[in-house]
Design a protein. Structure first.
Lengths: 408, 400
């Protein structure tokens, strides 16, 4: 009886609380859909909801999926995965001072991460200051990675496991953009916290920039005591596409302890090129990215940890149906295909002169349905071939994924 | 609404069909005889769970400076040296140095017997001391080791012929050595002046799989254990860097890995090759059939198996004499390597053969022709075979 009473009261309070939300107060702020935008604008190109006249707007996205994956006949069976939920909070502090934050919840990684939280101060359209937790502008995916923007559940392997998106770090820098007719030019330059020794000493058993993400101390202390520099230049012509060139580099290892030099300084250098375009008439969207990594690994260490890596991906998305489907206006069905390639260890064995393996190739056709631009249901099949470091016959993997992702 | 219903139903049915059929579409398992890893048939559920724990520790546990790697090391995990539980690649070939006769290693105080040729950042790897002889050892396959461990000493001694009483040119002697403190002798062990018959490794210098495993963790990866707490780099006693249970699980994993399975056994050419193998007396050392004694693991107990080894040391001649040895073996003596799984070696050696103790032979035929010493007569008979006969014998060896 007591439980029933509690339930009735709870439902009553819930109804009252729901009734207090006036939908008219929630104004959906459209994202900047103007043509003149670059990947560097992605953090602001999201659907936000403003509450009344409050100077704060909020938003977010969610990704979840079903998966069946198997390698050489061995599978863990059917899996349901909640990849992540992300909340955005943006605030216009004054006309030329803005703040935006992105907080990501990844239950599988037991992680709540401040992925982006930066203050933008405009001195001139060509000179803006940004400080806080920023997304290093290496490649395009690291800047433009929101799940609902993509036709596949999995993120590009090279960009996430090699580069390693999402890579955000504490720091400061400048950025700016300039328009001229159909042309647009943007730049970014930041000094931030950096990587650490774990990139060549980690359970992945290969050089892995992503390994540094596990070190929470990186937000307070740079292992090398020297900042990581990241810079990018992007140019766009509206009827051609956007081309980005980026660099990230610095000393990564702890070479000094309590003032005592305990090791040589060792650098990492990353170069990336990205391109995206929409073909006229066919409206085929193509986006591609490729990166090269060079890491100074001691000669006396193991070649298990390579000094060179490279990899990238290309997505081709072809809208095939654009009409009202099941009552949803302007919904779109697209066919898509992604090709991934990563060579985690470019080079030759000292012992034999033969090529070092440790590479991966993957093809992933898929189909997506967008009942509205900000929501996507997507189905894909991945076929992957992965060779171990010795170059033994590739392990074949197949994976079906059915997922949903939406801004809210 | 009426129009939408068929589309919705069709879509849902398609999804269900995909979810049900996906198991059929993903890449299938290789045939059981084409892979070396996997448990021996007949293990109980609790044994299979223990096998899985050992498998994970052996193949998935990567050592870094944070969990004990080095400072000096050869590889960062067990699996790095034994991909797919098969023979290893020159990338993880290890170097042993410092002993050139039966009297023992004279360079133990200078890092012997094994060279840690790599070091974690900030440290220097070992160098071979001046005046020390050395030999390179390519990692062997792991499969079927549990069967070899259970061969009775009496059976090994029965195959030995130190004085070559049968005049076939083949002698064969066991490697007698002192047991390390953490190793307990088998119940049916036959000792000689407090020395016991060792059987694992290129020189048969490891007594059993616990000895082999503890030594590999310590010397190959730089991981101390409760069994051997002396750090190979500093030579100081330090805390164990791996739980005792993990070592025991890895030993169980190695004991219960299945034996390699022969392929194409019924093929006429393979059968011809098998007969030639016996006719030219390769089987004088590479004994086709051995048997296990009692084991608490029923799947291993009292079984006949086909490893093509006698677990004895044989003089292989000056061509294969590196001037280095272990235990009571002479520098020219090598333990007969099991030939089972030979045909699958390329799948774990990066697509090429790296055979004999140091991987110098790039084909099975080259390995045969590099045999000397006690194997000279068999090698000469092989060289006299016709092309078709050689091919048949090589086909047989590839089928193992």
């Amino acid at each position: 009886m007591k439980k029933l009473f509690t339930l009735i009261i709870s439902i009553g309070i819930g109804q009252m609380a729901f009734a207090q939300i006036d939908p008219k107060l929630l104004r959906a702020k459209p994202s900047d859909t103007a043509k003149n935008s670059l990947n560097m604008d992605a953090v602001y190109e999201r659907p936000f909801i403003a509450v009344g006249k409050l100077p704060v707007s909020v938003g977010g996205y969610m990704e979840a999926n079903w998966q069946y994956q198997g390698t050489e006949g061995i599978s863990e069976g059917q899996q349901f995965q909640f990849r992540r939920m992300t909340l955005f909070v943006a605030s216009t502090i004054s006309k030329r001072i803005k703040f935006l934050s992105e907080i990501e919840f990844e239950p599988a990684e037991k992680e709540i991460a401040v992925e982006f939280a930066a203050l933008d101060l405009e001195l001139h359209p060509l000179l803006n200051l940004r400080g806080g937790m920023i997304l290093n502008p290496i490649g395009a995916f690291n800047q433009n990675h929101d799940g609902p923007k993509w036709e596949f559940t999995d993120r590009p392997i090279a960009m996430t496991q090699m580069l390693p998106a999402t890579w955000s770090s504490a720091g400061f820098g400048i950025y700016g953009k300039n328009y001229s007719g159909d042309w647009m030019l943007g730049y970014e330059l930041y000094a931030t916290s950096s990587f650490d020794d774990s990139i060549i000493a980690n359970p992945e058993n290969r050089t892995s920039l992503a390994a540094s993400k596990r070190n929470p101390e990186r937000f307070e202390e740079i292992a090398s005591g020297q900042p990581l520099l990241t810079g990018k230049v992007a140019v766009r012509r509206n009827n051609i596409g956007e081309l980005g060139l980026s660099y990230m580099g610095g000393v990564y290892n702890k070479w000094r302890s309590d003032g005592i030099v305990i090791d040589d300084k060792r650098r990492l250098n990353v170069f990336a090129i990205d391109f995206n375009t929409t073909l006229p008439k066919l409206k085929t969207f193509i986006t591609a990215e490729w990166a090269w990594i060079r890491v100074d690994v001691p000669d006396t260490y193991s070649q298990q940890f390579g000094s060179r890596q490279m990899g990238g991906y290309m997505d081709i998305v072809q809208p095939v149906i654009k009409k009202t489907i099941l009552g949803w206006q302007h919904s779109v069905v697209s066919l898509a295909c992604r090709v991934d390639y990563v060579d985690w260890n470019v080079g030759k064995f000292r012992e034999t002169g033969g090529n070092i393996g440790d590479e991966l190739f993957s093809v992933m056709p898929g189909i997506s349905f967008r009942p509205r631009q900000q929501t996507v249901l997507r189905f894909s099949y991945r076929k992957q071939w992965q060779k171990d470091i010795l170059g033994n016959p590739a392990a074949r993997t197949g994976a079906f994924q059915l997922g949903v992702s939406t801004y809210f | 609404m009426q129009k939408r219903l068929p589309i919705v139903l069709l879509s849902l049915m398609s999804l269900v069909a995909i979810m049900v059929s996906c198991e059929k579409i993903i890449p299938s398992s290789p045939k059981e005889d084409e892979i070396l890893d996997g448990p021996v048939e007949g293990l109980s559920y609790d044994q299979l769970r223990r096998f899985a724990l050992g498998d994970a520790a052996f193949n998935n546990e990567i050592f870094t400076p944070a969990n004990g790697l080095g400072p000096g090391f050869v590889a960062t995990s067990c699996g790095s040296c034994h991909a797919g539980d098969g023979k290893g690649h020159p990338f993880t070939t290890l170097v042993r140095f410092g002993q050139n006769d039966e009297t023992g290693n004279k360079f133990l105080d200078q890092g012997g017997p094994q060279l840690q040729n790599r070091a974690i950042p900030g440290y220097k790897p070992e160098q071979i001391p001046s005046g020390a002889t050395f030999s390179k050892f390519t990692p062997p396959a792991n499969t079927g080791l549990g069967f070899l461990e259970l061969v009775a000493d009496a059976d090994i001694l029965a195959m030995a012929d130190p004085q070559d009483l049968d005049n076939d040119g083949i002698s064969g002697v066991p490697n007698y050595a002192v047991l390390p403190s953490y190793v307990q002798a088998f119940n049916n062990a036959i000792a000689l002046k407090e020395k016991y018959i060792h059987r694992f490794g290129k020189k048969a210098a490891a007594y059993n799989l616990l000895h082999q495993t503890v030594n590999a963790y310590n010397q190959d990866i730089g991981i101390t254990s409760s069994f051997d707490p002396v750090d190979a780099y500093t030579r100081m006693v330090i805390d164990p860097e791996i739980p005792t249970l993990t070592v025991n699980n890895v030993v169980f994993y190695l004991q219960t890995l299945k034996a390699p399975m022969q392929r194409d056994a019924g093929n006429a050419e393979v059968e011809t090759g098998r007969k030639l193998f016996e006719k030219i007396n390769c089987s004088g050392c590479h004994k086709p059939t051995l048997k296990t004694g009692f084991s608490p693991v029923a799947a291993l107990s009292n079984k006949e198996f086909h490893p093509y080894t006698d677990l004895l040391l044989h003089d292989m001649g000056p061509g294969l004499d590196d001037g280095y040895t272990e235990g009571s073996a002479k520098t020219s003596e090598w333990r007969t390597p099991p030939l089972w799984g030979l045909g699958l070696s390329m799948n774990s050696q990066g697509g090429s053969y790296h055979l004999l103790h140091d991987g110098r032979a790039k084909s099975i035929e080259e390995a045969v022709t590099l045999h000397g010493g006690e194997a000279s007569a068999s090698r000469n008979r092989f060289n006299q075979l016709s092309g078709a006969e050689k091919n048949a014998m090589l086909r047989f060896l590839e089928s193992l």
